[in-house]
Ligand binder design. Structure first.
Ligand code: C5P
Length: 223
């Protein structure tokens, strides 16, 4: 009998885009499909973990056995993550969180006033969910193993290394271009304290299973 790789672990995953309201009928979002995060949640569950998936607005089916929490904005996502992080042992942040949100959302639909004048909008920065969790006492002590993702248009390695340090995560995973948004396959670059490892292009579920095996190895080594 071989115990499952993540038996006894509590895995928390963020996935998909966030939606930042401008008024009750409009908002700002991005093209994240959520597929990579959903695949990771599924792979973690298959590996025997209890899995909570905090999902931005996507229309993907919930992987079997996974507890899903639907959110819209980055603020909602932060709240859901903070609620579940205290019992999590592994946090994988794949969500494409909006960097900014409108400074204030209008209560009513903004109407054209007929003069041709456009509304002016100010923005405020959203909290960095991953950096906050990684820098919490449990993140820093390694009791909560944090994994970040990076999608870059150029200089992936340099950006991924910088992002790993900036966010304070032991493992940062870069999406190797071209743009992976919405596609069913991907190629990944894993960056940790020892260096890098490439996972060649494959379906997202296959990559998710490989990544979960890597995370299991690291969390076992740390235990
Ligand atoms: O800074 P950037 O958005 O490129 O970082 C990407 C990584 O950080 C991803 O793992 C993403 O889920 C996470 N992130 C976050 N909260 C933010 C911005 C990014 O958790 N506000």
């Amino acid at each position: 009998f071989q115990p499952k790789l993540l038996a006894g672990q509590q895995v928390l995953v963020t996935a998909g885009p966030t939606y930042e309201a401008i008024d009750p009928v409009r908002g700002i979002t991005n093209l994240s499909s959520g597929k990579m995060g959903f695949a990771i949640a599924r792979a973690a569950r298959e590996a025997g973990a209890q899995v909570t998936l905090v999902a931005g607005p996507v229309s993907l089916p919930t992987p079997r056995g996974v507890t899903r929490v639907n959110v819209k904005s980055a603020q909602d996502m932060l709240e859901a993550v903070m609620q579940h992080a205290p019992i999590a042992t592994i946090f994988v942040a794949t969500a494409a969180v909006a960097d900014w949100r409108p400074a204030s959302a209008a209560d009513h639909k903004i109407k054209k006033d007929g003069t041709g004048q456009c509304p002016q909008m100010g923005f405020v920065e959203n909290p960095d969910i991953l950096a906050g969790v990684a820098r919490s006492p449990r993140g820093q002590s390694g009791a909560l193993f944090c994994v970040g993702f990076a999608a870059e248009s150029h200089d992936l390695l340099a950006h991924a290394q910088a992002k790993r340090a900036r966010k304070g995560v032991p493992l940062l995973v870069g999406n190797i271009g071209p743009a992976t948004f919405g596609q069913d396959d991907n190629a990944l670059l894993l960056v940790d304290e020892h260096g890098t490892r490439e996972m060649p292009r494959a379906p997202k579920l296959a990559l998710a299973r490989q990544l979960i095996a890597e995370v299991a190895r690291r969390t076992r080594a740390a235990a």
